[in-house]
Design a protein around this ligand. Structure first.
Ligand SMILES: *Cc1c(COP(=O)(O)O)cnc(C)c1O
Length: 350
């Protein structure tokens, strides 16, 4: 089997491209009189000052994040949501109309959207009936032009963890490209992240996010973790100041608040258990799929009608009934105790 060589996976013109060099790239010191970036030296139109460009590589965040995640700061890329590294890894590796990616539906929609925007072919290998990897079919789908395989675990919209051994099989059998493991919901599960093992897996990129367990969806901060060589290539093609100063400041000041994350996860997981107990009592519920995330995929007798009824009552869940293998299913985010109670009461009345 060929061994992994990033130089063969990355689009050739990017290897030779000279990235934009910002003022903050060329002088990285913090002290001095800064007359190099055409900023407003007087201040800002807001009460707090935001007149200076932020750190393009967010080193203060990465230094605090690395020990939390069990990696080195240089193995971290921060993006404007996970959407940014998803788009960048496609643009870094896939020649439009030539290369392809493999996705495993039902799964998160952004992999397909980003590939389509970039005019990159998508191969779909559906999950099995119990929402696990069909490893043989995935391996059979790999062709010389396959650059990326996206695996989401715990998977969205199904909620389940993907078998670790199956993920390892894909990693072993795909040395010609990169396996992206989207761990957006890892905080809600007991499953160890792949991040601390990245030194063993040069062909793996892990995605996590501050949008879920950290409760920071509005700040737009996603994380990618991989070997240093891949991270520097992502840095080479990103927008120079992709993480704004306000977001960086909020994170630097609050990243120590792992208590909040732990407590949220504990509460939401308990609420999930309680919700399952209540849903199981309802005759309109046909199946509740096992979940290691902060949502449940639930199969109903008539999902679309129940969805419309809930909308009329100003209670919004996600209709996934048109999605492959999710027939008659709604995806329900776990809310507060009161919100969940409200939903259950409405469903009882239906
Ligand atoms: C919510 C979610 C994300 C996070 O997206 P952000 O852009 O970071 O808010 C990533 N992957 C999956 C599967 C998700 O469900």
């Amino acid at each position: 089997m060929n061994s992994f060589n990033l130089q063969n996976i990355v689009r050739q013109h990017i290897l030779s491209l000279a990235p934009y060099s910002s003022a903050r790239d060329e002088y990285t010191g913090k002290e001095g009189i800064f007359l190099d970036a055409n900023e407003n030296p007087i201040g800002s139109a807001t009460p707090e000052n935001w007149n200076r460009y932020p750190d393009p590589y967010q080193w203060d965040i990465k230094e605090k994040l690395a020990p939390i995640k069990g990696c080195r700061p240089s193995q971290i890329f921060l993006g404007n949501g996970s959407d940014e590294p998803i788009d960048l890894i496609i643009r870094l590796t896939c020649e439009p109309k030539e290369d392809n990616i493999i996705i495993l539906p039902p799964t998160y929609g952004m992999y397909e959207v980003s590939a389509s925007v970039n005019n990159v072919e998508i191969q779909k290998v559906p999950l099995t009936a119990d929402y696990q990897l069909d490893t043989e079919k995935i391996i059979a789908a790999i062709n010389p032009k396959t650059k990326l395989i996206f695996i989401c675990s715990p998977n969205n919209p199904t909620g389940n963890l993907i078998d670790r051994q199956a993920i390892l099989t894909i990693i072993e059998n795909f040395q010609q490209g990169i396996v992206i493991i989207d761990e957006a919901y890892n905080d809600f599960s007991e499953e160890p992240s792949f991040i601390p093992a990245l030194d063993n897996f040069p062909n793996v990129m892990v995605l996590q996010t501050f949008s879920k367990a950290w409760g920071l969806a509005a700040l737009r901060l996603g994380m990618a973790f991989a070997n240093e060589e891949l991270i520097s290539l992502l840095n080479k093609i990103k927008y120079p100041y992709n993480i704004n100063g306000l977001t960086q400041k909020q994170l630097i000041e609050n990243i120590g608040n792992v208590e909040f994350v732990k407590n949220s996860v504990k509460t939401l997981n308990q609420n999930r258990t309680d919700m399952i107990v209540e849903l199981e009592k309802l005759p309109i519920v046909q199946k509740i799929y096992p979940s290691d995330a902060n949502f449940l995929l639930v199969k109903f007798t008539e999902a679309k009608k129940i969805f419309d009824y809930l909308i009329e009552q100003k209670t919004i869940v996600r209709d996934r009934s048109k999605v492959i293998l999710c027939d008659n299913s709604l995806r329900i985010s776990i809310g507060t105790t009161e919100e969940n109670h409200h939903l259950i009461e409405l469903l009882k009345k239906y």
